[in-house]
Design a protein around this ligand. Structure first.
Ligand code: F6P
Length: 333
């Protein structure tokens, strides 16, 4: 096993997620508690290449745990995506005596971390993304806050949809993954939930469902559409034309990434952040942390990136069964 790190850095990368600050705090305080030095790198890999970094102490992360966003800032870097960029980043870290890096972000950040580890820098990744789309973990920091934020917004749109007897298409984030759409759709009792992993682009099915529900007395029709499918505005025009029901599109957007993290996000972030500091202190490298099968574990990053994650068929089946309950009623009669 390589020797343990005595000086580490921490950075956040890619899209921010509520709970990232709790993770930074945990890395910093756990590492300091073990006698390590900690450097904060600002603005992700971009800041690393620009050498935007500072020494951190326990007070550097004071008053951060309850805040949304990331106190270190984040960015996407095209320079770091190149081989030269990763080599330059590794040289900067070596020059500054930084022996390992904790990286908080999504799968794009994991790929960057893998490149850095191939340049000889020990790295440990912590899953920080609202999208829940990292295969080696059942939980990603930020997801819980994001789905609750989206759910509250959807409930509000539902009120006005009902008053006006409208159809509402509400688009939620998630890049190519449908987890946010699935959870919010089930939690708000949506009539249709469109997931990139499952959607067959047959709008006629949705149109038929709306017409049938209207006949049975439904006053609104809520469609949760995932970002990976998109086109909510043009979809709303087509649905209105085909059903005669006034249809509006609402794209929730970046509000889903902000706000004070939920207790669950803070707790998972605390454990995962501390775990990352432990791994670096023990000299582990090229690892990423996951919560899988009810326990916190760590994986080889490449192995994790090759793992596949799918929406459980049963969840999908239940979501469809519950959203079609009015039609089911008629069948029962
Ligand atoms: O990965 C988090 C996320 O919010 C996705 O849901 C979304 O597709 C993407 O980031 C948007 O990224 P950007 O901030 O670069 O627009």
């Amino acid at each position: 096993m390589p020797k343990g790190c005595k000086k580490i850095a921490v950075l956040t990368s890619g899209g921010d997620a509520p709970g990232m600050n709790a993770a930074i705090r945990a890395v910093v305080r756990r590492a300091l508690g073990k006698g390590l030095k900690v450097v904060g790198i600002e603005k992700g890999y971009k800041g690393l290449l620009a050498e935007e970094m500072f020494d951190m102490n326990a007070r550097s992360v004071a008053d951060a745990i309850q805040k949304g966003g990331t106190i270190l800032g984040t960015a996407r870097s095209s320079e770091f995506a190149t081989d030269e960029g990763k080599k330059k980043a590794a040289d900067i870290l070596r020059k500054r005596g930084i022996e390992g890096v904790a990286i908080i972000g999504g799968d794009g950040s994991y790929r960057g971390a893998l490149g850095l580890s191939r340049e000889g820098i020990p790295v440990v990744c912590i899953p920080g993304t609202i999208d829940l789309d990292i295969a080696c973990t059942d939980y990603t920091i930020g997801f819980d806050t994001a789905v609750n934020t989206a759910m509250e917004a959807i409930d509000k749109v539902r009120d006005t949809s009902s008053s006006h007897e409208r159809c509402s298409i509400i688009e939620v984030m998630g890049r190519n993954a449908g987890y946010i759409a699935l959870w919010c759709g089930v939690a708000t009792g949506a009539e249709d939930i469109l997931l990139p992993e499952k959607y067959d682009f047959n709008e006629q099915n949705i149109i038929n469902h709306i017409i049938e529900s209207r006949k049975l007395g439904k006053t609104h029709h809520l469609i949760i559409n995932a970002e990976g499918i998109g086109h909510s505005t043009s979809m709303s025009r087509r649905i209105e034309a085909a059903t005669g029901m006034e249809t509006r599109a609402t794209i929730l957007g970046y509000m889903q990434r902000g706000g004070s993290p939920s207790c669950k996000d803070r707790f998972y972030a605390a454990i995962m952040g501390a775990y990352a500091a432990d791994l670096l202190e023990e000299g582990n490298c090229n690892r990423c942390i996951g919560y899988l099968g009810g326990e916190f574990r760590d994986f080889d990053i490449e192995e994790a990136l090759n793992m596949k994650k799918e929406i459980p068929e049963y969840y999908y089946d239940v979501s469809k069964a519950l959203s079609r309950s009015i039609a089911n009623d008629r069948v029962a009669k």
